[in-house]
Design a protein around this ligand. Structure first.
Ligand code: FAD
Length: 358
């Protein structure tokens, strides 16, 4: 089977890799460089606890499947590519900003998730110091993980190429017509075509996905200060340690601003203010980097995973804030869908929007 994929982010590369392993011939068209979209801009959290507080059941189930797959997926990908993805299972601490939030956390505290008081929270993250957000304690998830998403996309691209895939950078799809993808340089045909163009998917074939901008800053500790081990969540902010590069990522803003990816002073100031309220000593940490990216969001906030109304045309998109987390599950499940080995999950069926966005 010959498959054409539009977009070389974690979705396109991951699905392409799995399809190659299943014996398909796979070509990815990428309008820029692989891994330069949201997959580059993300903070890399596999945030099954914090990000899925209000998630619908099918999304929660997808997240849990993905989370369970991650250790094996990372090991397989590292062996196939010879690259590390820096999977770090240092846990996540979610501080309760107010009493209502703490009650919600109490209701979620089952299995390995447990409520911690201010003293325990400070012991887990000494950097919190005299944080005003510490008072009520919070929720502790001891094995929650994160990866270096930029290393992840590099590893996926290497594994994809080593498995025999064809990757055509700087060649964007401009239209899809009757089983043919048109680019400025040529026409490509496949038995199946997969749109995995992230926030830009909506520009192709009326797929209902819109961009949601997010800004992130990276801070460097002053001499003598150490990065936290877990990810720390406060109000409107999270802090993700990247020990292998000595940085603390602070994210992220959420804004519908079209396709603009420019970092703004207002975004930086907002993130610094939220982070310094959470961890006052961060005022002494130097700003090392600042960037923005576009999350792909569907009208109901759930992913679009499956065939569109056009036979042979598939989409993998709308992962919104959790596309890095979902990577191993989407790679396996979309490959099986394209190969006809499994049925679409109704909540993720792209055809649920039929007629509403034509
Ligand atoms: C600030 C921020 C923080 C985030 N943090 C996290 C996090 O901590 N954890 C998590 O799980 N998720 C996070 N996300 C979400 C996650 O990054 C995305 O859900 C995920 O990366 C989407 O992957 P993708 O492959 O679908 O899209 P992308 O990575 O955007 O890839 C799409 C690719 O398609 C290409 N393309 C576009 N149009 C065309 C075309 N016409 N022809 C050819 N190629 C095209 C683009 O150039 C791009 O390379 C974050 C996102 C942002 C912006």
């Amino acid at each position: 089977m010959k498959v054409l994929i539009i977009g070389a982010g974690v979705a396109g590369l991951g699905i392409g890799w799995r399809l190659l392993q299943a014996g398909c011939s796979v070509t990815i068209l990428e309008r820029a460089q692989p891994g330069g979209g949201a997959s580059w801009a993300a903070a890399g959290m596999l945030a099954v606890t914090a990000e899925l507080e209000d998630a619908a059941e099918p999304e929660r189930a997808l997240a849990l499947r993905a989370s369970a797959l991650w250790p094996g997926f990372a090991a397989e990908l590292e062996a196939a590519s010879g690259r590390s993805v820096f999977l770090n299972q240092g846990g996540a601490l979610l501080l309760a900003g107010d009493a209502a939030k703490l009650e919600v956390m109490r209701a979620r505290a089952e299995g390995e998730l447990r409520i911690v008081d201010a003293g325990e929270a400070r012991a887990l993250v000494p950097l919190l110091g005299e944080s005003p957000d510490l008072n009520r304690g919070g929720l502790w998830s001891p094995h929650e993980a994160h990866v270096d998403n930029r290393a992840l996309t590099e590893a996926l691209a290497v594994a994809f190429l080593k498995a025999g895939g064809t990757l055509l950078p700087n060649e964007g799809a401009v239209a899809i017509e009757q089983g043919t993808v048109l680019t400025p340089y040529g026409r490509y045909q496949g038995d199946a075509i997969l749109v995995a163009a992230g926030a830009w998917s909506g520009l192709l074939d009326q797929i209902p996905i819109v961009p949601v901008k997010g800004e992130v800053i990276a801070l460097t500790p002053p001499p003598g200060a150490a990065l936290p081990v877990p990810v720390v969540w406060g109000e409107h902010v999270y802090c993700v340690p990247r020990p292998h590069v000595g940085l603390l990522l602070v994210g992220a803003t959420v804004e519908e601003a079209g396709f603009d990816t420019s970092p703004t002073q207002a975004g930086c100031d907002h993130l610094r203010a939220c982070a310094e309220k959470l961890i006052p000593s961060l005022k002494d940490w130097a700003l090392s980097d600042h960037w923005a990216g576009l999350r792909p969001k569907s009208p109901d906030g759930l992913p679009l995973l499956g065939q569109t109304a056009t036979a042979g045309l598939f989409v993998a998109g709308g992962q919104y804030r959790n596309g890095i987390l979902f990577t191993p599950a989407i790679a396996a499940e979309m490959a099986d869908l394209i190969l006809g080995k499994t049925q679409v999950i109704p909540a993720f069926d792209p055809r649920r929007f039929l007629g509403r966005f034509a």
